[in-house]
Design a protein around this ligand. Structure first.
Ligand SMILES: Cc1cc2nc3c(=O)[nH]c(=O)nc-3n(C[C@H](O)[C@H](O)[C@H](O)COP(=O)(O)OP(=O)(O)OC[C@H]3O[C@@H](n4cnc5c(N)ncnc54)[C@H](O)[C@@H]3O)c2cc1C
Length: 399
């Protein structure tokens, strides 16, 4: 794998930089940096999504025949790296990275024609309905039921931890259509309009006092059979295919941008009259993270090469995910340490102030504690750390 950029690649990088300079507004950049949740709020992130769509760059890893850019692995890498470096918000993956590839790989013609253009344009904002109470790591234990009634399925049950369900237009779900056989059998992949009667969304407030996740209830929800993707009962295979994309989503570009931000904080904060970054113990901790991220980048570029060759990410996605999560969490810990008392939640009644509220200390202080608390969940969602390590162990030593 050649890590040097050719002159064509350098020209492409300059084109990406020019676009980012021209289109990435201060409001989008500042909101992204101050957001404590993983995903920036819908109005801001979709404003960026639409700018990329208008430029023709939103399907950055999709095949050209479905409206993607058809970029090779290096171009994708450049695009992701430059976007993160410039402070662009991460694109919402539920549509572009998760359900999109399932539909263009396993969907029928109607589904491809109807959904794919709306995913690219941003008209449809999606959420992911996999987990249930009692079916998280053991996802195949899921019980949410879909019973056939003529040309419809009737859905009953619940999904939990559903990120952004409260603002989503569509949800893709794994549902049970058959209870006989092994638990991985009888699972079906179906997409559901969130405005369908019988769906209710209840918020779950997390410890950073944010509302990102929800519980979704389905009470006799009628869904047309044409919304089923692929074969009835074959959903486990499609669901696993999708999870490979989910686990491969931890872009090193963003880790590198976070590292640069952490270094900026450590250079600006002082201990005993010298910048914290000159403190040997603190600098060592930053160096450990930097070495890890540099190594991880090679794995990510292998995954991007596979994607550009039309292959799914494979189990390398779990390696990327497990390691990226570790560095991501560590950097938020170091940021709290660096901010010292400015990271303390102390405004009465509003322990973790929002982006535009007054806050003592430097302007990079307010999101630090919220980001630290929010990132505790990164080793749970998309498959917990323990489960990722089991996958890696099976891949490397066969058990
Ligand atoms: C912030 C957040 C956002 C999320 N967003 C979504 C979403 O949008 N859509 C969605 O469908 N789901 C979402 N999830 C759910 C997430 O995928 C599950 O929480 C995750 O799969 C773990 O399942 P669980 O919570 O049921 O925990 P459990 O599976 O009950 O696990 C509990 C503990 O047991 C450990 N454990 C379980 N099985 C094993 C094993 N075989 N070996 C070793 N240890 C094991 C786990 O590692 C964990 O520490 C989200 C979760 C969070 C926290």
């Amino acid at each position: 794998m050649d890590l040097e950029l050719s002159s064509e690649d350098q020209a492409f990088r300059d084109e990406v930089r020019d676009f980012l300079d021209a289109e990435l507004t201060a409001e989008i950049r500042d909101t992204t940096r101050r957001t404590t949740a993983v995903w920036v709020d819908k109005p801001i992130v979709m404003e960026w999504h639409r700018k990329l769509y208008e430029k023709g760059w939103i399907g950055y890893f999709w095949p050209e025949e479905f409206g993607g850019t058809g970029w090779n692995a290096t171009q994708q890498y450049i695009f992701l790296t430059e976007s993160a470096r410039a402070g662009a918000p991460p694109l919402i993956p539920m549509s572009l990275r998760y359900v999109g590839p399932v539909i263009f790989t396993f969907g029928d013609d109607w589904q491809k024609e109807y959904f794919l253009p709306k995913i690219l344009s941003g008209e449809h904002y999606w959420c992911q309905g996999y987990s249930e109470p009692g079916a998280g790591s053991d996802l195949a234990a899921l019980k949410c039921k879909a019973e056939r009634d003529g040309d419809d399925y009737i859905i009953n049950g619940t999904k939990i931890w559903t990120t952004n369900a409260h603002v989503a237009d569509w949800i893709f779900c794994l549902v049970r259509t058959d209870n006989t056989g092994k638990k991985q059998q009888g699972i079906t992949f179906i997409v559901i309009d969130m405005n369908t009667p019988g769906i209710t969304v209840e918020p779950i407030i997390t410890m950073d006092l944010d509302h990102d996740v929800n519980q979704v209830f389905f009470d006799n929800v009628r869904v047309p059979v044409k919304n089923r993707v692929g074969e009835e009962g074959a959903g486990w295979g499609y669901g696993k295919f999708l999870l490979e994309f989910e686990r491969a989503g931890g872009s090193c570009a963003r880790l590198k941008a976070d590292l640069a931000h952490l270094k900026m904080i450590a250079a600006a904060q002082h201990r005993a009259d010298k910048p914290l970054i000159e403190d040997a113990a603190f600098a060592t901790e930053i160096a450990k993270v930097e070495i890890g991220i540099t190594g991880l980048e090679i794995t990510e570029r292998q995954i991007l090469s596979k994607a550009a060759a039309g292959e799914p990410p494979g189990s390398e996605g779990s390696i990327l995910n497990a390691q990226a999560v570790q560095y991501n969490q560590r950097m938020t810990e170091l940021a709290v340490e660096a901010m010292d008392h400015y990271a303390l939640p102390f405004i009465p009644g509003r322990p973790f102030p929002g982006a535009n509220e007054w806050y003592p200390g430097p302007d990079y202080a307010p999101p630090v504690m919220g980001q630290y608390l929010n990132r505790r969940a990164t080793s749970i969602y998309g498959g917990s750390d323990e489960v990722q390590r089991e996958i890696i162990s099976k891949m490397l030593i066969g058990r």
